[in-house]
Design a protein around this ligand. Structure first.
Ligand code: AMP
Ligand code: MG
Length: 267
């Protein structure tokens, strides 16, 4: 299943040909939710070991258009994790201090420490896509960034950071429904920005810009995955599968106990 989500390095993501309403071969929502519970248990165990070992770190990058459900995925994944060893970082438009530095400066500062899992809600990829679409810098500036990012991520991977990059693939129609819900529901209204509609009007263009950067930066050391996002339970399941798979590949080991601890009786 993970293989079908993966954007093979050197191949095209073909986002437009992927079904946002796909259910990942599960036997419906109930079966999917059962599987999710199991995955959360596995996540908890693996995360405890990662934290105890303190050697490797994990970075989950979450991208997706407005209302693709990044916040919901974060909430779901976190139920499986130990709050002590994890952090969520949300990236907004850069501040003036951040703009006074190179674009990776603010990102570098919040990377996971050894033993930690960090989830990026948006990321350095906005420095390619948002900058391109909103014309915040000339083309020559954002065009060279995917090359920097590939090499920077290679360095992170060499230094024991496992990187999992996810694009939540929501359909135009489901996005409309969710944005409408934000307008209609007083509890959700704060999330709605009228500017989101300007972005929505360029839905295909945005997907195209994501496709370009995903194609350019899906690498062996930091692959992209396109996760169907029209069903909330499916996107939660897809991301949990990816994280468990990543942690299993890290295969963190508990540190050896002090000599003489085994069999000790506490009086
Ligand atoms: P939200 O995730 O809804 O709170 O929105 C955050 C906003 O910040 C989005 O409109 C992003 O496109 C924008 N943003 C995040 N990172 C950057 C960046 N590096 N450059 C420009 N805009 C950004
Ligand atoms: Mg928003």
């Amino acid at each position: 299943m993970i293989e079908t989500l993966r954007v093979e390095p050197g191949k095209k993501a073909e986002i437009a040909h992927r079904d946002p309403a796909d259910t990942l071969g599960t036997d419906g929502k109930d079966a999917g939710k059962k599987r999710l519970e199991t995955l959360h248990e596995q996540l908890g165990l693996l995360h405890d070991r990662l934290y105890a070992e303190g050697r490797h770190s994990v970075l989950l990058v979450l991208q997706g258009l407005d209302a693709s459900g990044k916040d919901g995925v974060i909430r779901s994944v976190l139920t499986g994790l130990n709050p002590q060893g994890c952090r969520v970082v949300s990236f907004k438009a850069p501040s003036s201090t951040e703009l006074a530095h190179d674009y990776l400066w603010r990102v570098q500062a919040v990377l996971p420490a050894r033993g930690e899992i960090v989830i990026f809600n948006r990321s350095h990829y906005e420095d390619v896509v948002a900058v391109r679409m909103l014309e915040l810098a000339p083309e020559q500036v954002w065009k060279r960034r995917p090359d920097h990012i590939r090499e920077w991520e290679r360095m992170l991977s060499d230094e024991e950071t496992t990187i999992v990059k996810v694009f939540l693939n929501v359909s135009e129609d489901e996005q409309r429904r969710r944005l409408q819900e934000r307008v209609d529901d007083p509890e959700k209204r704060w999330k709605f920005r009228k500017d989101d509609l300007k972005v929505r009007q360029r839905f295909d263009e945005y997907v195209g810009a994501w496709e370009d950067v995903i194609n350019a930066t899906s690498s062996e050391w930091a692959p992209w995955y396109v996760v169907p996002a029209d069903h909330n339970w499916v996107k939660a399941l897809g991301v949990a599968e990816l994280l468990v798979d990543a942690l299993e590949r890290v295969d963190p080991k508990l540190p050896d106990p002090e000599p003489g601890v085994e069999g000790l009786e506490i009086t």
